[in-house]
Ligand binder design. Structure first.
Ligand SMILES: *Cc1c(COP(=O)(O)O)cnc(C)c1O
Length: 380
């Protein structure tokens, strides 16, 4: 088999290490809802969940039903939480499969209740409370009334209450404290059901790395599992290992005279005589066009600049400072080479985005290799 020129490699040991690091800082009594939405942030949901299942997560959280079904078909025995909730046409499948869903509409509760009763089962729901993110959820001020109305419905079990933090990546922003306060006070005003701490969750990666969220029963990290911190100043006491790297190879090297325009539009012109190497990576491979004249890659353990526009499938770099660069030499676009490293955060800063988007786009656009080899499906 001929390997493709571009390879994303996922280190499954790093994922397991990160899970254990999260476990270490929150303590053994707090459950971990491992967020594996968006194909595990581009790392591959199936291999990632197979690697993490033996570590004992309380749930795998996916965004939508499709992902939950895919996990279930793989034999996943860990409970699955669907963050998006259930649309009307999904209710029957959700109830049949026993998935847990986030709940924020009374109509969804009625539909779930009816379907569960007709099938003779009970559907677990996690009530989503909006404490200031203003994205999804029951406004925190309405929580007691919302629960009054749904707690009498048969066939549903309120198994959790959750909220999502809007600014936990900034340790100076006191909105996180405000949101936690709103969540806990809304929960304390509920009288229609018995609420235990073990049912509550609001801590994302940023919270967990800041020591927040572990005061209730569950936390819900995503990014930290993959080895990144959502903010540069978070998690000083946590040693995360980056799981994803991205490599390619040089397919042409040329020496060009001074003043040579490179790539579409000639937005870069060589100053002196220059050596230009061409790499078969472009925006179709998740290497954003906004890295044109901005990005860097590693060749021979040295950082070299992207010159000219990033094309759909090709990118040029200036290797004039290096000796003996040849066709076939390894190029590291993200990851370690020698003593240098290019992180998802560094690429994100150059591309004007966040590491989350870098992982999603690189991971989903390229062939992925797993080390050590991905585990077999769980025995069912
Ligand atoms: C994506 C997501 C998370 C995980 O966020 P990270 O910042 O990756 O830790 C947690 N909860 C919800 C509701 C999410 O959508």
């Amino acid at each position: 088999m001929i390997m493709s020129a571009n390879r994303v490699t996922i280190d499954l040991d790093a994922l397991r290490h990160n899970f254990r690091e999260i476990r270490r800082i929150i303590g053994p009594q707090v459950g971990i809802i491992a967020v594996v939405k968006s194909d595990a942030y581009g790392h591959g949901m199936i291999p990632v969940t197979r690697a993490l299942a033996p570590e004992g997560p309380a749930f795998f959280a996916v965004f939508e039903l499709d992902e939950a079904l895919k996990l279930k078909r793989d034999g996943c025995a860990v409970p699955i939480l669907i963050l998006m909730g259930a649309r009307r046409e999904e209710i029957s499948a959700v109830v049949d499969q026993g998935f847990s869903v986030c709940l924020f509409l009374e109509q969804t509760a009625r539909d779930l209740s009816e379907a569960a009763q007709s099938k003779g089962v009970v559907a677990p729901v996690h009530v989503k409370v909006d404490t200031g993110m203003n994205r999804l959820g029951v406004p925190w001020t309405d929580l007691p009334r919302f629960l009054d109305r749904i707690s009498t419905m048969k066939g549903i079990r309120i198994a959790g209450l959750c909220s999502h933090l809007a600014a936990a990546d900034d340790p100076d922003n006191d909105f996180t404290d405000q949101q936690r306060e709103r969540f806990l006070s809304a929960v304390s005003r509920v009288s229609s059901i018995q609420i235990r701490r073990e049912m509550l969750h609001f801590g994302n990666s940023a919270a967990v790395l800041s020591g927040i969220g572990g005061e209730v029963g569950l936390v819900r990290p995503g990014l930290a599992l993959y080895g990144s911190s959502p903010g540069p100043r978070l998690g000083g006491n946590v040693r995360l290992k980056r799981a994803m790297s991205f490599k390619s190879t040089i397919i042409q090297v040329r020496i060009v005279p001074p003043g040579t325009p490179i790539s579409y539009g000639g937005t870069y012109k060589t100053q002196g005589a220059a050596t230009i190497a061409t790499i078969p990576v472009g925006y179709d491979d998740g290497f954003s066009r906004s890295l044109s004249n901005k990005g860097e890659v590693l060749i021979h353990g040295t950082r070299v600049p992207v010159v000219g526009r990033v094309c759909m499938n090709l990118t040029m770099v200036d290797v004039s400072g290096l000796q003996g660069v040849r066709v076939g030499d390894e190029v590291v676009l993200m990851g370690v080479q020698g003593s240098e490293e290019i992180t998802a955060e560094a690429i994100a800063a150059q591309a004007g985005t966040i590491s989350y988007e870098i992982y999603c786009s690189l991971g989903k656009s390229n062939h992925r290799t797993y080390v050590p080899a991905a585990a077999a499906p769980p025995a069912t």
